[in-house]
Design a protein. Structure first.
Length: 457
């Protein structure tokens, strides 16, 4: 009796139940892969933001980890999520991809439960700055993902592939190179896709619609720190008190984090962080360069030559230049003693400065209060701006980030499309028969034959 499956069964599964399982697995796998790709991409396009979020987590956990290791971990997290998502969508290394996704969710699910219960940070950062959801929504999203990856860990190998097994390593390699490219651009230059409140074309400040948050001021005397609210009488520094920091009274809500994209909240204070000078600084039209240093204590003193050279170049081209830093009064005084800046320096919140531009230091070019371009200082390939070969037009230092992202993405998708095409051409050429054996996705079946096909004895 012939026990081999029919031709219809070879294509769609051994039975209706297997057929349903395969269809459901395809749907779950593609949806899960899309979520992983989106999560990995939104982190990878802005690795500085991912790094800052990881630092926030480590801070609330009181963990002191080597900064270089944290930086490597931030890059690895973005790449791993994106690669696993691509492997799921294209059906590459089906068993490995499913187990890798399960391992990640086994870590993320309890982490997001802790975040939802104790709310140590207002935004988990699972989708970067592109899509902010509440901590509880993040947890339930991860519950659904855990159920999906557990299903895939059992059934993923029964669903087919889009890229043939012998080409899958090329797909993973191309995915890794693409992810590294957008991560490198976001780290060394600026994010190729800017989801923050100050993308190119945005006005730098819109204080008329912004509700100013309340702050508490931290002062120190004889090694003892004390906090003061805005309604308290601030201590006199002539009595030995030293200003240390200014922090918000409460963490922003998810709703305020979302609305900040539409309302600019950049505020500048004077050297002593006592007087708001935002309106005075941005009141005059014309070109302006903002030197952004959100972590002044980490800025190398070796960069002062390039910074001072940039100021000389800006002055000679009728461009106003200011510094916006987040630092204690002591760190700011030390910086001014060492760098001897001729440009005015104002203080601001580190979080706002990190939203304005990535990098430490970074450069933001404004024209009539509108952001034209942004860049890290080191990515501006000019060591001495007073060199005669240096461009006179400030637009010479800008880049078309959107075009770079589109071209890089088009190249990557073209490679993946070619791999899929070659895979299906191979299947069409060799899948019907290969010698005396039929080829399926998961196993090789012997060719069904009938007695009528056998030669007469």
């Amino acid at each position: 009796m012939n026990n081999y499956p029919s031709s219809g069964q070879r294509i769609w599964g051994l039975d209706p139940q297997s057929r349903i399982i395969r269809i459901v697995t395809w749907i779950i796998r593609e949806l899960t892969g899309i979520v992983f790709i989106f999560s990995g991409f939104t982190k990878a396009v802005d690795p500085w933001g991912t790094l800052y979020k990881i630092q926030d987590y480590l801070g609330v956990m009181h963990l002191d980890i080597w900064p270089s290791l944290v930086k490597v971990g931030a890059f690895a997290l973005c790449a791993v999520e994106f690669i696993i998502g691509a492997m799921l969508c294209f059906g590459s290394f089906r068993r490995t991809a499913a187990w890798a996704a399960t391992a990640i969710m086994c870590f993320m699910l309890p982490l997001t439960l802790w975040i939802a219960l104790y709310n140590p940070v207002p935004d988990c950062g699972c989708f970067g700055d592109a899509f902010i959801i509440s901590n509880w929504a993040t947890f339930w999203k991860n519950v659904a993902l855990m159920a999906a990856v557990l299903w895939l860990s059992v059934f993923n190998r029964h669903a087919g592939w889009l890229i043939a097994p012998y080409l899958q390593w090329l797909g993973v390699l191309s995915t890794a190179l693409f992810c590294m490219a957008i991560e490198g651009a976001g780290y060394f230059y600026q994010p190729l896709l800017d989801f923050r409140p100050y993308p190119a074309g945005a006005t730098i400040s819109d204080s008329s619609s912004v509700e100013e948050p309340e702050y508490r001021f931290i002062y120190e005397k004889d090694g003892i720190k004390k906090e003061f609210s805005e309604t308290d009488s601030l201590p006199d520094e002539t009595d030995g008190w030293t200003f240390v920091d200014r922090v918000p009274m409460s963490q922003p809500s998810v709703e305020s984090l979302v609305s900040v994209r539409h309302e600019k909240s950049l505020r500048l204070w004077d050297h002593d962080a006592e007087e708001d000078v935002t309106d005075d600084v941005f009141s005059e039209p014309g070109d302006m360069i903002i030197l952004v240093m959100p972590e002044l204590e980490k800025v190398s003193i070796a960069s002062t030559w390039k910074i001072n050279s940039l100021y000389s170049w800006a002055s000679s081209h009728d461009i106003n230049m200011i510094g916006a830093v987040a630092a204690s009064k002591e760190d700011l005084d030390n910086w001014e003693d060492l760098s001897m800046p001729e440009y005015p320096i104002y203080t601001s919140e580190d979080t706002t400065l990190k939203e304005l531009a990535r990098g430490n230091p970074a450069v933001v070019f404004l024209r009539n209060g509108v952001v034209i371009w942004k860049s890290t200082l080191r990515s501006i390939n000019v060591d001495d701006f007073q060199d005669s070969a240096t461009a006179d037009n400030p637009m010479a230092f800008s880049r078309n980030d959107r075009a770079i992202l589109i071209n890089t993405s088009a190249l990557y998708l073209s490679i993946m499309a070619c791999l899929i095409t070659f895979s299906f051409l191979f299947r069409m050429r060799f899948a019907p028969k290969r010698g005396n054996r039929f080829i399926r996705d998961d196993k090789v079946l012997p060719e069904e034959s009938s007695s009528s096909d056998k030669p007469a004895q």
